[in-house]
Ligand binder design. Structure first.
Ligand SMILES: Cc1cc2nc3c(=O)[nH]c(=O)nc-3n(C[C@H](O)[C@H](O)[C@H](O)COP(=O)(O)O)c2cc1C
Length: 200
């Protein structure tokens, strides 16, 4: 990963500016979009991770702070976490940086399928219920699922356009992962998404 800046106990990976993705048309990306479950262990270059995270849920309108994926009421309640071999990171979209939240390799805990510990990156989509103000429990559950889905599809299309393998996953031991991530009670793990180079 790129520049490693350490401030007190904080580990922050400043991401390089997102690269202009390959010039794939939307139609070609849609034709190539698919779920893959066989990943190479090869790590992803920082520029690609940068573009991937920006595509997932980066700030695309700095004037308003709005993002590449829509969210109900513009709550922006989904936090994107990245499980990398050396730690779990929170994607700070405004700073376009990854902030380590837990040291160590948590990739295995992001799912129950074998490939999750081998792939170089597992994204975890976590809803912060505290941001979903004035909503019923039923509405929250509906909207947070929808909002995570938009982010996942952004990642699917990015991966399709870049020749990467990906699969979104609901099969997660949420209790174990939430404990490992030290999440609060008002944070809910929605989905995870594995990303890497295709095997072979
Ligand atoms: C909400 C959701 C949860 C999913 N959970 C898993 C999962 O836990 N594990 C997995 O291997 N695939 C999972 N998938 C992927 C689906 O199995 C896959 O999208 C479906 O078989 C269609 O294949 P395609 O994506 O290649 O079109 C999930 C997909 C969605 C939308």
């Amino acid at each position: 990963m790129p520049t490693l800046a350490m401030a007190q106990d904080d580990i922050v990976l400043k991401l390089p500016p997102p690269q202009t993705p390959r010039n794939t048309s939307l139609v070609d990306a849609l034709k190539a979009r698919k779920s893959s479950r066989e990943f190479s262990g090869k790590s992803l270059p920082p520029g690609l991770v940068s573009s991937l995270l920006w595509t997932a849920f980066g700030v695309n309108r700095p004037d308003s702070g709005k993002r590449t994926a829509p969210s109900a009421h513009n709550w922006q309640e989904i936090d994107v976490y990245a499980a990398l071999p050396d730690g779990m990171y929170h994607y700070d979209a405004v700073a376009h940086a990854l902030r380590q939240t837990v040291p160590g390799d948590l990739r295995r805990l992001t799912g129950v399928q074998d490939f999750v510990e081998r792939a170089p990156l597992n994204l975890v989509y976590v809803a912060n219920l505290a941001r979903m103000t004035d909503a019923s429990a039923e509405d929250r559950t509906f909207y947070l699922a929808a909002d995570a889905g938009f982010i996942a599809q952004n990642v699917y299309l990015f991966c399709a356009s870049e020749g990467l393998a990906t699969v979104v996953r609901g099969l997660i031991d949420r209790k174990a992962l939430a404990a490992a991530m030290s999440l609060r009670l008002d944070q809910r793990i929605v989905l995870a998404q594995t990303v890497g180079y295709p095997a072979g």
